[in-house]
Design a binder for this molecule. Sequence first.
Ligand code: CAA
Length: 257
Amino acid sequence: MELIKVTEQHEPQVALIELNRPKELNALNPQLMQEMRDALMDLDKNENVRVIVITGNEKAFAAGADIKQMSDKSAIDMLLLDQFSTWDQIRKTKKPIIAAVSGFALGGGCELAMTCDMIIASETAKFGQPEIKIGVIPGAGGTQRLTKAVGKAKAMELILTGRFISAEEAHFYGLVNKVVPIEMYLKEAFQMAKEIAQMSPIAVQLGKEAINRSFETQLDEGLAFERKNFYMTFASEDQKEGMKAFIEKRAPVFKGK
Ligand code: CAA
């Protein structure tokens, strides 16, 4: 891996992926996104990993897709490049992913953070979809995910003006889970990751899958999907252990079986 750095056990059962193009403010080129996809697929299969944290650096989570690599491309070049199929594969990651965001999360950077399951932001974080300022629109899910996260009015404002919002405003609109001082954003992300890592990984995976299904379906179908996944948890040893431990007034030990 050249453009990202992967630490499999940053904390017990918690992996860290760091974007590593600091000079370009972690601009997302196809190579970086392919490395990200490969890392996530490996970590998804790794039995010793239960939660993944993705971060950039203090100045930038990521300042968007790489404008320099796109500027001369034709529509057909972009079609054939098909860069967003990599994003589709990233979206299929089964384990929970927490974005730890400091500094710029713009364009594709904001879209990458929104592709994660939760966002912990430093007070310095700035979110935005500034593509309109360079004559394009978001292409990695921004028009859909931002709208679902913050509602139509705010999404229109951000996508049509290209304006950035502060971490505090992003929190107010429900885009991020928590805003903390800059020295705390990674710690806070790991704290949340460790908390989730203690749960049954089977229940965590089924819960994530059912939440994501709510974006794809009507309520009836979503409820049926949730019910199926709920019943499925009863096929796990973790369900037996979790409920037994509750009754015996002790902490459960989840094995992911
Ligand atoms: N692509 C390529 N290079 C980028 C980049 C990007 N998205 N963002 C920053 N860089 C580069 C700059 O060109 C600069 O490189 P040089 O030193 O070689 O000149 C370096 O990173 C540092 O950037 P700045 O000097 O501009 O830093 P700044 O602190 O003055 O400004 C900024 C920071 C406001 C984030 C500014 O860099 C900026 O506006 N970046 C572009 C943001 C943007 O438009 N993102 C959307 C991209 S399109 C997209 O993402 C499409 C999609 O949906 C997938």
